[in-house]
Design a protein around this ligand. Structure first.
Ligand code: FES
Length: 702
């Protein structure tokens, strides 16, 4: 049995994890851990964290700096704190750092102190400043990469000192419990002796991956990959400082196998050899980008000790050569949520031959590692505010929640936002119309035409000459455009009728428009709705109605064959609709289906949480499309909850940011893994109420 939204809102507790009825999928999910409350003094900040988190992490996650020069490795003994109230067991390292009296008074090393019960903690003022980098959505990350280098000056063996070579190295690293790659032993003897026992140990996590001659500690790099279905982005990071040294992006070379994940899974289902081919193409993409960022920064690939990869489940499966077929058929099962130890070489990345790779864990077949990375970067799991995270794409991932609970779902939005399935659609590349707006005073919007000012309504301030628009986006020459071919600034309206109808376009690359990308599509539909040229059902109005409600824009409505279209930009001979950039009735339907899928997704999550739209304190629009989407237009078409536009914010490329965080901090990486236990996945496809909700959401807001 599943509660309806009304039943939930009538007296259900507000924590949806506590209130949710078990569904077949939910019952398989592990029980979320309880939280303990920590109060840090003198700041007085109270935070709630899962038990087992170190007090050092709990503090740094919440912006409280604790003294440290080792970043939580347990080697500097500077992270001293006092437990003023509560119980924190004494760690072996505490016994070496404090006197028995100090231990009795509650002194502990924060990086070794595990939160187990509610506690009040005194944090002494900083003596040294921990190294930190700002990544994610304004997140401060204390640097503690899994990859580290240590310079060692070792005593040479003698008849009196019979330690083996590896014992000699490990004894100098006695604060770490290390495993050793066999390949290290193969060259260790010669390396130590040729370098007079002055060497650098290269460590990733708990593995000694190399012993290098001399001091190489000034060269330690990592690459964060955002492995998208369409675009792949690589960022080279200096792991000692957190500084991004170079960024490059390119189209995923798997494109010939289809634009979306379903096409690529289908390709493998039809022809099993396609798996090897797509795996090879993923490796080629990653390798080419790695080469480019290294060349740009003057870094040697051999100094890359680790890479992190944030990709959806299909991209991750394909890159690792794992059969993706079960992802594409019900009940949509991944090979693994969390992958076993992976080397950069397994992904084809040219790096140190024993460099490690961290593929982000995924919540489900359609809420993948890119979303785990995005949630990490946006701090959804640490924020008291209830926020809605929407990664708009062919498959749209949606997460609702705050630091106490998180619900996730995936909505099949289709390719409309990528420009596919739209007649004049294109990717967000030079020539794409990315923004559309109209000045109501010029097109004579219906809201104004019936008022006391008559058709056209009152003049807007700053735009009283009726010739040029002055919104900073369109043609601002104040002369109108009368050449019949459009103006050449590439930004204004070049429709051959002048811009006196008030329609303005913004084009990527400031060039002649050649198509319409996702953000332009949403803007165009929002503009038509505002002008009264599109009714709530999504139907373009008749010529008669158009002439009445928006006389200036009405001539842009035309027929192309049997289909009704709205011309955004005239090209070719005057009146040549086919040569122009236009929006068709069918395009509008495509957008309706996409927005209905997404709106149904977040409405289902709100119902699960027994919350209303107004309870959402912030909407984060993630992904490259989300970054360019106009909040006002997104609200106007019902893509996001109806909230003040300032609450709708672009989160940028959060997947890439999350990948950077995982490289810079093992603590953040642990937080990403912990997210798997904190997020409850809500499957839309098996819900009885999905179809009705979807049909309802096809309408545009009234
Ligand atoms: S010992 Fe260095 S941070 Fe704890």
């Amino acid at each position: 049995m599943t509660h309806t939204a009304a039943e939930r809102s009538a007296g259900q507790p507000s924590d949806p994890r506590a209130s949710a009825e078990p569904t077949p999928r939910a019952s398989a999910e592990p029980t979320p851990p309880a939280r303990v409350e920590l109060e840090f003094r003198p700041a007085g900040l109270r935070v709630r964290v899962p038990p087992g988190v170190t007090l050092f992490d709990a503090a740094s996650w919440n912006g409280i700096a604790i003294d440290s020069t080792c970043g939580g490795h347990g080697t500097c003994k500077k992270c001293k704190i006092r437990i003023a109230d509560g119980t924190v067991p004494v760690s072996p390292l505490d016994a070496r750092a404090f006197s028995p009296d100090e231990l009795r008074s509650g002194w502990r090393l924060a990086c070794r102190a595990l939160a187990g019960t509610d506690a009040k903690i005194e944090v002494p003022p900083l003596v040294t400043r921990p190294k930190a980098a700002t990544v994610g959505v304004g997140r401060q990350v204390i640097l503690r990469p899994a990859a580290q280098k240590r310079y060692l000056e070792l005593a040479e063996p003698s008849l009196a000192d019979q330690q083996t070579d590896i014992e000699r190295v490990l004894a100098a690293l006695d604060d770490l419990e290390l495993r050793v790659d066999l390949a290290v032993l193969r060259s260790l003897g010669a390396r130590l002796r040729s370098a007079d026992f002055r060497v650098t140990a290269v460590i990733v996590d708990d593995v000694l991956i190399d012993v290098q001659a001399g001091d190489t500690t000034d060269r330690l790099f990592g690459i964060a990959f955002d492995l998208g279905t369409t675009t792949v982005v690589a960022t080279l990071l200096d792991l000692r400082t957190g500084t991004p040294l170079a960024v490059e992006s390119m189209l995923n070379k798997q494109q010939p196998f289809g634009a979306d994940v379903i096409s690529r899974i289908s390709a493998v289902m039809l022809k099993p050899a396609a798996l090897d081919e797509m795996s090879r193409l993923a490796h080629e993409t990653l390798a080419e980008l790695a080469g480019e960022v290294c060349a740009r920064a003057g870094a040697s690939p051999a100094d890359i000790a680790e890479v992190a990869v944030a990709g959806n489940a299909t991209m991750t499966h394909l890159a690792l050569g794992i059969d993706p077929e079960p992802l594409g058929v019900a009940p949509f099962i991944m090979a693994a949520r969390q992958l076993p130890e992976v080397l950069a070489a397994d992904l084809g990345v040219p790096a140190h031959p024993r460099a490690r790779a961290f593929p982000f864990p995924a919540f489900g077949a359609y809420v993948g590692g890119d979303i785990t990375a995005g949630l990490l970067a946006s701090g959804m799991n640490r924020d008291a505010r209830t926020r809605l995270f929407i990664d708009v794409g062919t498959n749209c991932e949606i997460v609702l929640g705050n630091r106490d609970w998180l619900l996730a779902t995936a909505a099949p939005a289709g390719p409309a936002f990528e420009g596919a399935a739209i007649r004049c659609g294109m990717r967000a590349a030079p020539g794409a119309i990315e923004s559309v707006s109209a000045n109501p005073s010029q097109h004579g919007a219906h809201q104004l035409s019936s008022g006391p000012y008559g058709q056209g309504g009152p003049r807007m301030p700053g735009n009283s000459d009726g010739q040029g628009n002055s919104d900073g986006q369109g043609n601002s020459d104040g002369q109108g455009n009368s050449d019949g071919q459009g103006n050449s600034d590439g930004r204004g309206n070049s429709d051959g009728r002048g811009n006196s109808d008030g329609l303005s376009l913004r084009v990527i690359g400031d060039c002649e428009p050649t198509g319409l990308c996702g953000s332009g599509l949403v803007d165009a539909v929002a503009t038509l709705l505002a002008a009264g040229l599109l009714d709530r059902s999504g139907r373009l109005v008749s010529d008669d109605v158009a002439a009445q409600v928006a006389p200036a824009l009405a001539p842009r409505l035309a027929m192309l064959g049997h289909e009704r279209v709205f011309v955004l930009h005239w090209l070719g001979e005057p009146g040549d609709v086919a040569a122009s950039i236009y929006l068709t009735q069918r395009d509008i339907r495509e957008l309706q289906f996409a927005k209905a899928a997404i709106a149904t997704g977040w409405r289902v999550l709100l119902a699960e949480a027994a919350l209303a739209e107004s309870d959402v304190q912030q909407v984060l629009l993630a992904g490259s499309f989300g970054s360019y989407l106009s909040p006002a237009s997104a609200i106007a078409i019902g893509l996001v909850p109806s909230l003040p536009a300032v609450r709708i914010v672009s989160a940028g490329n959060v997947a890439g940011e999350g990948a950077k965080m995982a490289l810079l901090s093992v603590r953040e990486r642990a937080a990403a893994l912990a997210l798997l236990e904190e997020v409850r996945y809500v499957e839309l496809s098996d819900r009885a109420d999905f179809n009705d909700a979807f049909v309802e959401q096809l309408q545009f807001p009234g």
